[in-house]
Ligand binder design. Structure first.
Ligand code: LMR
Length: 416
């Protein structure tokens, strides 16, 4: 019965690893997937995670019972505190409902399904460009994905004109451009996906001032923020600083959705551990929202897994382990920053044509190089360097050994 089935294409990001694994070349480099690698090119399990796992193994009181549909309660509380802040008014007023989900993807999907069922507006605006999975997640959840301008290739920065924004407050839509124009013309109440920090794939984030303007604009049009926070701690190296834009939206008392992932910042990729929080208008609404989230989750996977959130809760509840985590997280972020500088220097020393300062200006795990798909294909063919076809490279996959090879490849690609 399945004889006529068509071969589906590989995933644009995870398929890069599939192709990389098939390549027998000894010089191959995988800069596709956003997964941290050590200076030796190896995956990293954080020391604090190993300690937490050991504590869990040694605890005889632990069983493998089902978790509730909403997941591990302590993990949910600690996750909300991590992103919204310990003194968050929304938490204190019991207006936040948090459910454990399968990493960032699962959190976005559960949030998307909830909105499709219970929210009056089904259009979600996602930035151009964005993580390749976003439009698929929301479309399959039953929402309609539209785009808003985010990245300006000409400036390699945010497509956001501050002067125009100032004018627009007193004049009309005619003066608007880019991100501001697109969000201003979105229908009232539309959902807007925002990367909380370290935008994937561009590494370009709004400044605090721009965030404030985005917040004002969105609240004035009742646009519902849906944050994706996959890199808290990776943008600035500080968990609190990276959460600042989100906290600005919570502080105004309005509603929002938040998808959190511990894949990158705790290195728990394969454990699939994340959380969806919905900040509601009142404690009473939050109780009802939680009851409906359970109806979304139960027929999907019944209840989430136990190990990952237990590791996270062990670390977040203990101040010493928490501090150790922040040190290890900062070390990962710092190594990536140093790779940015080294790559920039390597291209400069080769005299590679072009302005490569965006490599050091962009933040987070990725550099959006500006290389086109032909140049990317050339680098794969000739240099066995693997990256996504949009020219994104995962800086986390670079080290002192493979960096000169990448610089040679980029130089050859842009001068051929
Ligand atoms: C990435 O963008 O490389 C990561 O978020 C991994 C993924 O699932 O795509």
């Amino acid at each position: 019965v399945f004889a006529g089935i068509a071969q589906a294409p590989e995933d644009p990001i995870l398929g890069v690893t599939v192709a990389f694994n098939k390549d027998p070349s000894p010089v191959k480099v995988n800069l596709g997937v956003g997964a941290y690698r050590t200076e030796e090119g190896k995956p990293l399990v954080l020391n604090v995670v190993r300690c937490a796992e050991q504590m869990l193994i040694n605890d005889p009181s632990r069983y493998k019972e089902y978790l509730p549909i909403t997941g591990l309660a302590e993990f949910n509380k600690l996750s909300a505190k991590l992103i919204f802040g310990a003194d968050s008014p929304a938490i204190q007023e019991n207006r936040v409902v948090t459910v454990q989900c399968l990493s960032g993807t699962g959190s976005l999907r559960v949030g998307g399904e909830f909105l499709a069922k219970h929210y009056h507006e089904h259009t979600i605006y996602i930035p151009t460009p964005t993580w390749g999975n976003h439009p698929k997640i929301f479309t399959l959840a039953g929402l309609t994905a539209r785009t808003y301008r985010y990245y300006d290739p000409a400036t390699r920065g945010l497509d956001f004109n501050d002067c125009v924004m100032a004018l627009s407050l007193i004049q009309d839509l005619f003066f608007l451009t880019g991100l501001v124009e697109d969000l201003s013309s979105a229908p009232l109440g539309s959902i807007v996906l925002l990367h909380a920090c370290a935008h994937n794939p561009t590494g370009v984030d709004p400044t605090v001032d721009q965030w404030e303007k985005i917040r004002q604009l969105m609240r004035s049009k009742s646009l519902l923020p849906f944050f994706d926070s996959a890199y808290q701690g990776f943008a600035s190296g500080s968990l609190d600083k990276d959460a600042q834009p989100v906290r600005m939206f919570v502080a105004d008392g309005g509603e929002l959705l938040m998808a959190q992932s511990y894949a990158k910042n705790m290195g728990l990729y394969g454990e699939r551990v994340g959380a969806l929080s919905i900040v509601c208008g009142s404690a009473d609404v939050a109780v009802r929202v939680e009851s409906q989230l359970k109806l979304v989750i139960r027929p999907m996977y019944s209840s989430p897994p136990l190990h990952g959130p237990s590791v996270v809760a062990t670390i977040l509840r203990d101040s010493e382990m928490f501090n150790e985590w922040t040190v290890e997280l900062k070390a990962m972020a710092d190594r990536i920053i140093s790779m940015r500088q080294q790559l920039f220097d390597a291209l400069k020393s080769r005299g590679t044509p072009g302005d490569w300062s965006h490599i050091i200006k962009q933040i987070g795990m990725f550099t959006f190089t500006g290389l086109n798909s032909e140049q990317v294909a050339f680098m794969r063919q000739e240099y066995h360097i693997y990256m996504t076809s949009d020219g994104r490279i995962s800086m986390a996959g670079l080290n002192m050994k493979n960096l000169p090879h990448l610089a040679d490849a980029i130089h050859a690609a842009v001068t051929k």
